[in-house]
Write a protein that binds this ligand. Structure first.
Ligand code: URA
Length: 390
């Protein structure tokens, strides 16, 4: 893929973009992912960075293709309003330091329309449209710095690392030309992130991580991204110090408290934090069993994302509504040993027909071999000048 010449990618002058968040004295930093399966880090990162004193004016997206969307996850929390008018968005930011909304008729309106169109025109994976979609929202926020999580692997839009690097460079260059500090981490999406996939289930896993629990890969990626966010926000001098501070904000309970405050300010039922069973729950559960003994050598991550969409956790057609309660709880990930008949995954569902389709896909997505394969790294590389000093 070739990058267009500079003259074709120039957009409006930085000063013209976003005046709606002027007047905040703290640094405004955001984080955005190119999309994955079980990728719920934004819900951890926003309150964590706000607990460190930063302003996080996060404009997010819905599920796209087989990937989950931050807005759909937030809407699993009863009452949570992702459609705040600008005045309300500012009020939440002033009160708690972070707010999470979607594109509106006033902020990044073109992306709202393009998002739905891309899903039905086979253009979801275009790096230029991903760059335009993400950077239009992020630049509209008027942020000082941005940490991008560019996914690569079977569950990402960019299956190959070189395509992810191309997209990362495109977005970093766009942000830098607009006067922002931008860094992109290329991270692994060759299997789902964490153990839970589906909107309610993922909110519960976010709460686990904010409590200092949760699966290692998810916790580790959250800490690394938080390290970069805090360093770009000048809260710490290095990413390593940022990681330490993030871990401390989790240990002290301040990050979780911030999450609860944001949920309540955006109209959500914050009691789900103490009791995640108050999140919408699917009526039925079904285990998918290992066909033989051995080690999990591969999980087709896109197929897992599609299985969740089929259950109703995403949209097969753009007008579909999302069922927040359905999803998958993985018991086995790549490298784990399995015995014949042991559960690989539990399907949370509300429709027998949908569960049967999802089960067939999940069974085919797990490969079991005689020996474990070497693990892929979670962080593949870092792109952007802002990463040079670390
Ligand atoms: N997130 C977005 O906001 N847009 C994309 O195109 C992909 C991920």
């Amino acid at each position: 893929m070739r990058k267009p010449p500079r003259s074709q990618t120039q957009c409006c002058a930085p000063a013209k973009c976003s005046i709606f968040l002027s007047g905040f004295s703290a640094r405004k930093i955001d984080k955005h992912s190119t999309g994955g399966v079980g990728d719920k880090t934004s819900l951890v990162l926003a309150p964590l960075a706000a607990a460190a004193g930063l302003i996080v004016p996060m404009i997010s997206g819905r599920g796209l293709g087989h990937t989950g969307g931050t807005l759909d996850k937030l809407e699993a929390i009863p009452g949570f309003n992702v459609n705040l008018p600008i005045t309300e968005f500012r009020r939440v930011l002033r009160t708690c330091g972070c707010a999470m909304i979607g594109q509106t008729a006033e902020i990044a309106p073109a992306d709202r329309k393009l998002y739905a169109l891309r899903d039905v025109t086979g253009t979801v994976e275009s790096p230029y449209l991903i760059c335009a979609s993400i950077m239009s929202k992020k630049l509209a926020e008027g942020i000082d710095g941005l940490v991008l999580d560019v996914k690569t692997g079977s569950g990402a839009f960019m299956k190959k690392e070189e395509d992810a690097a191309f997209l990362a460079e495109l977005m970093v260059e766009t942000g830098e030309r607009m006067g922002k500090q931008v860094v992109a981490l290329i991270t692994d999406m060759d299997q789902p992130l964490g153990l839970l996939v589906g909107n309610s289930l993922e909110v519960a896993e976010v709460v686990d991580v904010l409590r200092g629990e949760g699966p290692n890969d998810l916790r580790e990626l959250c800490l690394e991204l938080a390290g970069w966010v805090l360093q770009l926000g000048d809260v710490t001098a290095t990413v390593a110090q940022g990681r330490q501070m993030a871990a401390q904000l989790i240990r002290s309970g301040k990050a979780l408290e911030k999450f609860g405050q944001m949920v309540a300010l955006q109209g959500g039922d914050s009691s789900v934090i103490d009791d995640p069973r108050r999140l919408p729950q699917a009526g039925q559960k079904l285990d998918v069993l290992g066909s033989r003994a051995g080690f999990v050598t591969k999980i087709d991550c896109e197929a897992i994302g599609i299985a969740c969409v089929i259950l109703g956790g995403g949209r097969e057609k753009k007008e579909d509504s999302v069922d927040p309660s359905v999803g998958l709880a993985l018991h086995k990930k790549v490298g784990d040993s399995v015995t014949a008949g042991e559960p690989l995954c539990t399907i949370h569902y509300n429709s027998e027909a949908r569960a049967a389709r999802a089960k067939t896909l999940i069974e085919a997505s797990y490969q079991i071999g005689d020996a474990p394969l070497p693990k892929r790294p979670l962080i593949h590389r870092v792109i952007g000048k802002s990463g040079d000093k670390n």
